[in-house]
Write a protein that binds this ligand. Structure first.
Ligand code: 1PR
Length: 542
């Protein structure tokens, strides 16, 4: 098999990239030091996380002259995400660190006054009718970034680049650029399904460089960021010791029958693939028992991720048990180390539940100070805040009025409590909803945003498994409290519930579990329905 070289300088999920390259019929050889670069014919520079961190890593390991020499020699080169940003002169993310300076200009940050930042999800890469490594106007690509190069018509083209753009809340940014032997994408082609594999293939075969810039036809490009639909798999071992996808009613995952077996709705890897092929924009695995008696290196979830990432080319999130732990042999393992195992196995994001609540309590107890030692801070520092999701498991607490009844952030609800209480607040829980804490969702999400979480996965115990629709009041309360994206979860029972949460709240994404596992609707049916109602969605490309 032909070989491509991957520069191994940065933490993050490169497994998906390797899987994507192998899927295109190539093998990966690793560049472990600058002295390896000259033997590369085709070179890939992956990038995740922080611009300054990436550039300093590259510089301190002595890679920069070698990478420049590779590019100057006219050999094929692709850089991804922060890798694209590295081609510019610098970024406001870390003004003290210079970029490669191959492209004139500096990156700035998305404006977050009216929209969520990071920009996460599927967006266009509009080439304005030019050929650019197989990008198509009707396709969507997976982006995750807070910093961007603002597009000014003609500016990069005058430097000889062919450019593709995306639009996010009115800001037009550079989604991909290419010139001669160089291709750079702000989106992750390895996470962009078949549309992304096409780009990787065009790079590997050389076809993309050959046809670069030619005028091509095709439909007018469709709009910006699509509505993200996520499939969630709660995974645990059942009483027979098999790893199964299960689903609770208000977090009770046992059958109501006398045996009270753990509900078994299928196998994790198979179901993930099925939902990917139905068009799921992301797949989330929640390890709901944390496999307490298993050595960490053998966690069954690691294998689930490894196998899933071989066939599923959309972002994968994994949650459950991400906290400082003592392994079965007595050794201490940090949350960061556990996250690292998951990233190496193919996860793109980790989701933290109970530990985030405890960290938030501590944050308030010490007067809103941060010391850099929480799991959220450590993981977001190493892998970027887009890689850290906080999973919230709130429960409604009804109160008679909004002001004196509690110190917590209340809302006036359309669904009064059992004694006619017209207000409620949402209490955070830990340990899969078994323990309720004196911390409300607003306090939690503000604290974790300050710590560097990049997204909130907002469950709702009252709605979980009911099929009665999302808790729109909860979603709006949380959206009003933070700038980071929020994923609405719990309660989806039909496609109209997805429409409702997208139209009536400012949610960034919506997640369903039981609706898909029970076979009531497919992800495709949900998306077709949303499209019919005029909402922009990404359709699976086979
Ligand atoms: O606390 O960091 O170990 O994380 C544990 C994780 O496991 C948390 O994310 C927590 O939400 C999850 N979890 C723990 N116990 C359960 C349980 O069900 N017994 N599942 C559980 C949470 C909620 C969602 C579900 C949506 C949508 N399940 O994952 O998928 O509510 O369901 P629906 O569409 O069927 O209504 P830590």
């Amino acid at each position: 098999m032909p070989t491509v070289h991957l520069l191994d300088y940065v933490a993050g999920n490169v497994r998906s990239l390797v899987n994507a390259i192998e899927k295109c019929g190539y093998t990966v050889d690793w560049i472990r030091g600058p002295e390896d670069v000259p033997r590369a014919e085709k070179l890939i520079l992956p990038g995740v996380g922080h611009f300054g961190h990436c550039m300093s890593q590259l510089a301190s390991a002595g890679y920069l002259p070698a990478v420049r020499a590779h590019i100057d020699a006219g050999k094929p080169f692709i850089s991804i995400c922060v890798g694209l940003q590295a081609l510019f002169e610098g970024s406001v993310e870390d003004p003290s660190v210079p970029g490669l300076g191959l492209i004139k200009g500096r990156l700035d940050r998305f404006d977050d006054t009216q929209k969520s930042v990071p920009h996460i999800g599927w967006n266009s890469a509009n080439t304005s009718g030019r050929s650019l490594y197989g990008l198509r106007p009707e396709s969507k690509y997976y982006y995750v970034h807070s910093y961007k190069y603002p597009y000014v018509k003609g500016e990069l083209e005058d430097q000889g680049w062919t450019v593709a753009t995306g639009t996010y809340g009115g800001e037009v940014f550079v989604g991909a650029v290419a010139k001669d032997n160089v291709l750079a994408t702000q989106f992750h082609p390895e996470k962009s399904g078949v549309a992304g594999l096409r780009v990787i293939k065009a790079f590997l075969t050389g076809e993309g460089a050959k046809t670069l810039g030619q005028v091509v036809g095709g439909p007018a490009p469709t709009g910006g960021l699509t509505r993200r639909v996520i499939a969630c798999l709660d995974v645990r071992t059942n009483d027979q010791g098999d790893l199964v996808v299960t689903k609770g009613d208000q977090y009770d995952v046992r059958e109501k029958t006398s045996g009270r077996d753990v509900r078994n709705l299928g196998k994790p890897v198979e179901l993930a693939k099925k939902y990917y092929e139905q068009g799921a924009d992301e797949v989330t695995f929640l390890n709901i028992t944390s496999f307490r008696d298993c050595p960490l290196a053998d966690l069954p979830m690691l294998e689930v991720l490894r196998r899933t990432s071989e066939t599923v080319f959309v972002p994968l999130t994994v949650g459950g048990g991400i906290r400082d732990t003592v392994d079965t042999d007595g050794s201490k393992v940090s949350a960061l180390e556990i996250a690292a195992m998951y990233f190496k196995s193919g996860a793109d994001k980790v989701s933290i539940g109970s530990d985030a609540v405890l960290a938030a309590e501590e944050y308030y107890a010490v007067g809103r100070k941060l010391f850099g030692n929480t799991a959220i801070e450590q993981i977001s520092r190493a892998y970027g805040n887009q890689a850290v999701v906080v999973s919230v498991d709130p429960k409604r607490v009804h109160v008679p009025n909004g002001v004196d009844a509690t110190r917590h952030s209340t809302i006036r609800t359309r669904f009064p409590g059992p004694r006619g209480e017209e207000y409620c607040w949402y209490a955070c829980t830990i340990k899969g909803g078994r323990e309720t804490r004196d911390l409300d969702v607003v306090e939690l999400v503000r604290a974790v945003e300050a710590m560097g979480a990049g997204e909130v996965l907002l469950n709702c115990i009252d709605r979980d498994g009911t099929g009665g629709g999302f808790d729109l009041e909860l979603v709006e309360q949380v959206k009003g409290a933070v700038r980071i994206p929020v994923v609405a979860s719990s309660g989806a029972g039909n496609p109209d519930h997805f429409r409702e949460v997208f139209e009536k709240t400012r949610t960034d994404a919506a997640l369903g579990a039981g609706i898909f596992h029970r076979g009531e609707y497919t992800v495709k049916q949900v998306k077709d329905y949303l499209a019919e109602k005029g909402l922009e969605v990404r359709q699976y490309e086979g």
